[in-house]
Design a protein around this ligand. Structure first.
Ligand SMILES: [Zn+2]
Length: 228
C-alpha cells in the first residue's frame, strides 16, 4: 500500500476528533488513501481521501464535501452533490494530488430523515431554504470546524478549494485555513434540481455562473451537458 509521509506518524489527537487508521481505496480514477477519523462529541466517523504528496506546503486541490446519501449514493437528481463528489475526485486524480474531506453532516446538517421531511415540504411548494426554516432549522446548519484538525493531520495549510459556496470559504478562513484559490464545480444542473440550484444562488449566495469563456473556445452544449 502506498504511504505518504504525512500519514505514517502516530495519530494526532485533537480535542474535536481522533485520527484512527487508513487503507488504500482504488476508485475508477485513481487509487486514493482513505483515512478515518472519529468525532469525540458525536461518535460520527469522518473521512479523508488523499492522493499524492499533500504535505509539501504547496496549495492543495481540495474538496470539503458534506454527506448527501441521496445524492452521493442513491443517484438523486434533486441536488448536485453526487456529481460534485465525482467531479472533485476526477479533478484530483487528473492532478495526481489533492484531498477530499467527507464530513458526515447530512442534509446541510439536519440529518437524513429531516432532509426527506424537507423534500416533502418542497413538493408542497417550499424552496430548499424555506423547507429547512419551516422544520425549525437554520437554512444551512453545517459546521466546518473539523476541517482544521483533519487538514493538520496531513500538514495541509493552503487549499485550492473546489466549491461554489462563498460561505464555506468564509468559514474555513475564519478557522485559520488559507483558501488561496477557488475552483468552480458546476456540474449536473438538470430539470429536477434547477430550482434548487437557483435557490442556493439567490438565498445562500452560491456562485453558480460558469466563468466566461471566449466565444471561439466555448464548447458546444452537446460537448458540455453538465455546465449550463
Ligand atoms: Zn445533495
Amino acid at each position: 500500500m502506498p504511504a505518504t509521509s504525512a500519514n505514517s506518524a502516530a495519530p494526532a489527537n485533537d480535542q474535536l476528533l481522533d485520527y484512527v487508521t487508513s487503507c488504500a481505496l482504488p476508485t475508477p480514477w485513481a487509487q486514493f488513501t482513505l483515512h478515518a477519523f472519529v468525532e469525540h462529541s458525536t461518535g460520527k466517523e469522518h473521512l479523508a481521501m488523499v492522493l499524492g504528496d499533500i504535505g509539501d506546503g504547496a496549495p492543495v486541490l481540495a474538496r470539503v464535501h458534506s454527506e448527501c446519501l441521496t445524492g452521493d449514493v442513491l443517484f438523486s437528481q434533486r441536488c448536485d452533490c453526487g456529481a460534485q463528489l465525482e467531479g472533485a475526485l476526477q479533478r484530483i486524480a487528473q492532478e495526481g494530488r489533492g484531498i477530499l474531506l467527507y464530513l458526515r453532516q447530512e442534509g446541510r446538517g439536519i440529518g437524513l430523515v429531516n432532509k426527506i421531511r424537507a423534500y416533502r415540504l418542497q413538493e408542497a411548494g417550499a424552496d430548499t431554504v424555506e423547507a429547512n426554516l419551516q422544520l425549525g432549522f437554520h437554512a444551512d446548519a453545517r459546521n466546518y470546524e473539523l476541517c482544521k484538525p483533519m487538514l493538520e493531520q496531513f500538514g495541509v495549510k493552503k487549499l485550492r478549494l473546489m466549491t461554489n459556496n462563498p460561505r464555506k470559504i468564509d468559514a474555513l478562513t475564519r478557522l485559520g485555513i488559507e483558501v488561496s484559490d477557488r475552483v468552480p464545480l458546476l456540474v449536473n444542473r438538470n430539470a429536477f434540481n434547477n430550482n434548487y440550484l437557483n435557490t442556493k444562488q439567490a438565498k445562500l449566495g452560491h456562485m453558480m455562473t460558469p466563468p466566461a469563456v471566449p466565444a471561439d473556445q466555448a464548447p458546444s452544449p452537446a460537448a458540455a451537458p453538465d455546465v449550463i
